[in-house]
Design a protein around this ligand. Structure first.
Ligand code: ADP
Ligand code: MG
Length: 241
């Protein structure tokens, strides 16, 4: 329960009652006087890859934090699957643990084996780095470890908060194809938060725009892969941003 505008409102973060993996209705969030989300709606189907675009400061990270319960919502209904993983812009590895332990940290003991970590690291092309210390990794390698750590949990929902923003252009392109390949294999629902329209078009099945607290556009990316970056077909998106 939360107090909002003098009224008591009920908010829930629980398994969805619908066929959707993520179901958000009327989400509202303010920090003091600053309204970040107002009446925000979003659905994500199982296995669907949705990109959420929006200018810096538009509330993208706040929404993502609400979905993984790092932040509370003031009003509205939020349904998300119980199994949820997040990758942030920074890899957030624990420096005092070798790479493999970072991958399985926090898992139940039976699932936190070296073998499980090795398999996950092999999937991101880092089989040879299991015993390395995080500080010896490049930015791209560290982010691949973060991806392995997210996927080893077999999440039903994968939340990606500008995971490529801090990488150089070539590494970013490599990460795009890695993420596309891994998502096709593991098939989680994905919410990718980004301010890069080309990245959104390249990776997502659907693109939504967060503007002035609510969804100002939500449309399928209805051209087959491999996709060219940009093009006149996306003028509506560019205008909205
Ligand atoms: P984005 O990820 O789209 O750049 P954020 O969700 O990080 O935007 O932030 C949206 C707005 O909310 C910004 O104005 C930011 O300063 C503010 N904000 C975010 N988190 C907090 C917080 N914990 N306390 C106060 N203001 C916050
Ligand atoms: Mg952000």
């Amino acid at each position: 329960m939360a107090s909002h505008g003098g009224e008591r409102v009920t908010t829930t973060v629980e398994a969805p009652p619908t066929t959707h993996s993520v179901h958000i209705r009327g989400a509202a969030k303010s920090f003091g006087d600053k309204r970040v989300l107002t009446d925000f709606d979003l659905d994500i189907a199982p296995g669907e890859f949705v990109a959420l675009l929006g200018a810096s400061g538009s509330g993208k990270s706040t929404l993502l934090k609400i979905l993984c319960e790092l932040e509370t919502v003031d009003d509205g209904t939020i349904h998300v699957p119980a199994a949820c993983s997040v990758v942030f812009q920074e890899p957030r590895l624990i420096p005092s643990m070798p790479v493999w332990k970072n991958v399985v940290l926090g898992r139940p003991k039976a699932l936190a084996s070296r073998a499980a970590a090795n398999d996950a690291l092999a999937e991101v092309g880092l089989a040879d780095h299991a015993d390395d210390w995080p500080r010896t990794l490049s930015g791209g390698e560290a982010q691949r470890v973060a991806l392995a750590r997210a996927l080893v949990r077999e999440p039903k929902l994968l939340l990606l908060d500008e995971p490529f923003a801090a990488l150089d252009a070539l590494t970013r392109i490599r990460m795009h194809s890695l993420v596309a390949q891994l998502c096709a294999r593991h098939n989680p629902s994905v919410l990718l938060v980004t301010h890069d329209i080309d990245e959104a078009i390249l990776l997502a099945d659907r693109v939504a725009v967060l503007k002035a607290g609510h969804k100002s556009l939500d449309r399928p990316v209805d051209i087959p892969r491999p996709r060219s970056r940009g093009g006149a077909a996306f003028e509506d998106l560019r205008r909205t941003l």
